[in-house]
Design a protein. Structure first.
Length: 283
């Protein structure tokens, strides 16, 4: 089965890919029923030479979508599973509907890129007859008759504080998967799609960093250490005037594997926790 030439690079962004190669098309997941693992708004860019960025389903679905490239109509709506081609049932049951937008408007793609560069959420209303797009007021992603509202958040960013092997490992893993990553004093103000991680063995060095992070909009704030270290950390933050509501946002011990002492395991554990929470809130 030909599943195409998927691109695995440090920036697997379908929209960015279409800016660099405007001869491609954009597939958007409009709705799903049953246990389908992707949510509405999931995207895949694909080109006539078989190159793809992103996935919408199993290989057979993505390959079938590619078979509709070059259609005369500007938007092709495809259904898989219940109500779709009888030879492409979904293992999870239910059904999904996908819109294939042939050669999306380059100006729209540039506007998306600009919103991501300045880390601003953007909301778009896409006409599913002609593929016309216009910016709209804040709204949730979803299908509304012959229109689809697409909400795009800034990507997950990491602010990492620390000088040991744990910080080095976490930064390397984050950059390897294309995340915006800032280290120590190079960090900028944390926004709502930013995770702040303190990885100090000397916990006295982290209090000012954590105090500032807790006053920001960061969706994840965590610090390395044991349960005993967390108790001492919270006491120290109370001493410098941090309130209980803000303290409730501080995670520790951090990661999905506890305890994790080996630096690479800790880094992988923390990154998994961060990505899971980002996907839950903004995916």
């Amino acid at each position: 089965m030909d599943t195409g030439n998927d691109i695995f690079n440090t920036s697997p962004d379908p929209f960015a890919g279409l800016i660099s190669r405007p001869d491609g098309s954009l597939a958007l997941l409009l709705r799903s029923e049953g246990g389908f693992p992707r949510r509405p708004g999931a995207a895949m860019a694909l080109w006539p030479d078989g190159t793809r960025i992103g996935r919408l389903g199993a290989g057979c679905i993505d390959a079938d979508i590619a078979g509709h490239l070059g259609a005369v109509e500007p938007v092709t709506r495809l259904i898989y599973g219940k109500g779709g081609p009888i030879d492409l049932p979904l293992p999870c049951g239910g059904s999904v509907e996908i819109a294939l937008i042939q050669r999306p408007d380059p100006e729209w793609l540039r506007q998306i890129a600009h919103a991501r560069k300045i880390r601003q959420a953007a909301y778009w209303r896409i006409g599913l007859a002609e593929g016309e797009v216009q910016m709209t007021e804040a709204a949730e992603t979803g299908l509304h008759g012959d229109e689809f509202v697409l909400k795009l958040y800034p990507g997950c960013a990491l602010h990492i504080h620390g000088e040991g092997d744990e910080a080095t490992a976490l930064a390397a893993m984050a950059r390897a998967i294309g995340l915006d990553c800032h280290l120590g004093a190079n960090s900028v103000t944390a926004d709502a799609q930013t995770a702040v991680v303190a990885l100090f063995h000397d916990h006295d060095r982290e209090l000012t960093i954590l105090r500032d992070a807790l006053a920001s909009d960061a969706f994840y704030i965590g610090a390395m250490g044991s349960h005993r270290a967390q108790v001492a950390r919270l006491a120290g933050l109370r001493d410098v005037g941090v309130g209980e509501e803000e303290l409730a946002k501080l995670r520790g011990p951090i990661g999905v594997v506890a305890p994790a002492r080996e630096p690479r395991l800790l880094a992988a554990s923390v990154l998994t926790e961060i990505l899971s929470l980002y996907d839950r809130a903004f995916g």
